[in-house]
Design a protein around this ligand. Structure first.
Ligand code: ACM
Length: 532
């Protein structure tokens, strides 16, 4: 009943009963996963030290062991009536095993309500699990720029990502409609850029506005707290600062960063693609470096997303300064300044031991450095194209991974910015590692090794039409569960088996309070899941 489906699960007879006092041991290097397990079990901090050998004594033992699995992020879990032994070659592997232990508890044990959780029948079935991820980067992106979401919600999202063995939470922190991260020395970004006077309602091009101001940003301290909470779950928070496009909130705060410094633009109240983009002068580049320096101080993530999508270059074409800049850089056309711009930021991040990620729009435009990771969102074939150009790729084609699309044709689905429907069956059938592409190893997450290939995949949730956490929850589940399975589990795809496990998994999500309070009457996301 585990999601994502483990590689090997062998049921044994008997159970390990969790009594009121648990003997939990963490070997050297296993302390953080053991602390997390202790928190999930509502028990005392683990005792450190190796603990008794296999077969000796009763208790729960977590330890690092090189030989436990041949995948660096894999794990080996053996549950007998007397002992639970979780071993892995790395801390990441142990974190993965802890989530399996969490899912092997009765669903009620996951309850956010302590009384309900303590009434659960706390026991684990005896079994042996050997398991490892298929892809290194298993992510979920949330757009907190179009609609700000409370920091408490982000904590819960991180924990729910971990439950699904997703190891990346990508925060889309800035866009035309709002700047959501406090930056030292650039206070107008949040004083001006974090508030818009109202929001467009309906589809792109709509002329209806709600008349309600929208505002919000995260302090550095809040984000640092989120990063720490995520690290304690084996999750990396990847920040995205979009550039040079999707920057109207920044230009509203600092008009000199734009191509028309004399025009005072408001933070954008509409959705769609704005032609207002950053200028390519030194001041704009220095601004981006300043912001990235600050972001690196908050987020230890090796990967830093720098956007680069939907960059219309009309303003550069009409700017003498931009044309001169292109000529100086030896570029035949101002449009190529996009790849040039992002490569400059990749150079800067590289000097600081980090690595740029961008949307795939810039691949092939202006000699984009192949060290930049590409998030291939536009068309399915773009992943292979970016790999052919030497990039590592996050495979995220919108028609399979954009959870802001409606998930059924039900008339009471929340409004969407788009008419498309992305069903649960569509997300389950999506293969992020199609024939012909190869995955790079887990080490690529830390050291950029492995050459070109598929780094991983992720779900995207844009929030133009998702103003509340309730709507976000409606859109996330259950489709995120299906995408997580594609990211983790090998090529076997059995929709009936998934549907079966999902039935049970929804009880866990319900206990956690992860599901929306209500669903439209007669809403059935499972329709079509039992596919031919
Ligand atoms: C995107 O959807 N503009 C990446």
């Amino acid at each position: 009943m585990i999601i994502p489906r483990p590689a090997e699960y062998t049921a044994h007879s008997g159970e390990f009963v969790l009594g009121p006092v648990l003997d939990l041991h963490a070997g050297s290097g296993a302390e953080r996963p053991a602390d997390l397990l202790a928190a999930y079990l509502g028990t005392d901090r683990p005792r450190t030290g190796a603990g008794p050998a296999a077969g000796e004594g009763t208790g729960i033992f977590l330890c690092l062991a090189d030989g436990a699995h041949d995948h660096p992020h894999g794990y080996d879990l053996l549950i007998t009536p007397d002992q639970v032994r979780l071993a892995a070659p790395s801390e990441a592997g142990l974190f993965n095993g802890v989530q399996t232990l969490r899912q092997l508890l009765p669903a009620q044990a996951l309850s956010a309500d302590p009384a309900a959780a303590s009434a659960a029948d706390w026991r684990w079935p005896a079994c042996h699990v050997r398991d490892a991820p298929r892809l290194a980067w298993r992510g979920v992106m949330l757009d907190v720029a179009r609609h700000f979401m409370p920091i408490e919600f982000l904590h819960r999202l991180v924990d729910e990502a971990a439950l699904h063995k997703l190891n990346i939470v990508h925060l889309h922190l800035t866009d035309d409609q709002g700047w959501r991260v406090e930056i030292d020395g650039l206070s107008r970004l949040t004083e001006i850029g974090a508030t818009r006077t109202e929001s467009m309602v309906g589809r792109a091009g709509s002329t209806v506005f709600d008349g309600v101001p929208h505002s919000g940003y995260y302090t550095r301290r809040e984000l640092a707290g989120l990063v720490e909470y995520a690290a304690a779950r084996g999750v990396t928070v990847v920040p995205e600062i979009g550039m040079p496009s999707h920057t109207r909130a920044a230009i509203a705060a600092y008009p000199e960063l734009g191509n028309h410094p004399d025009v005072r633009l408001p933070v954008w109240t509409s959705w769609g693609i704005s032609e207002d983009i950053l200028a390519v002068h030194d001041q704009a580049l220095d601004f981006c470096r300043h912001v990235l320096s600050d972001v690196m101080a908050i987020f230890p993530s090796r990967a830093i997303h720098i956007g680069g999508d939907e960059c219309r270059t009309v303003q550069w074409a009409n700017s003498d300064a931009a044309r001169r800049r292109a000529a100086q850089a030896g570029l035949p056309d101002v449009a190529e300044l996009l790849g040039w711009f992002l490569s400059r930021m990749h150079d800067f991040l590289s000097e600081h031991g980090r690595r740029a990620v961008c949307w795939n729009d810039a691949v092939g435009v202006g000699n984009l450095d192949p060290g930049v990771v590409a998030t291939a969102w536009l068309k399915p074939e773009h992943a292979a194209e970016a790999i052919a150009r030497g990039h590592q790729v996050i495979v995220a084609p919108h028609e399979h991974t954009y959870l802001d699309y409606r998930q059924t044709g039900h008339p009471d689905e929340p409004p969407s910015a788009d008419d498309r429907v992305l069903t649960l069956a569509d997300t389950y059938s999506f293969d992020p590692l199609p024939t012909g592409l190869t995955a790079v190893g887990a080490a690529a997450l830390d050291d950029a090794s492995g050459g070109p290939g598929v780094l991983g995949t992720q779900a995207q949730l844009w929030t133009e039409s998702a103003p509340t956490t309730e709507v976000v929850r409606h859109l996330l589940y259950p489709r995120l569960c299906a995408l997580a399975e594609g990211a983790w589990s090998d090529e076997r795809r059995d929709p009936a088996d998934f549907a079966d496990r999902l039935q049970h998994h929804l009880l866990r999500l319900d206990a956690l309070g992860a599901l929306p309070a209500g669903r439209p009457e007669g809403w059935d996301p499972g329709a079509g899941l039992t596919m031919p």
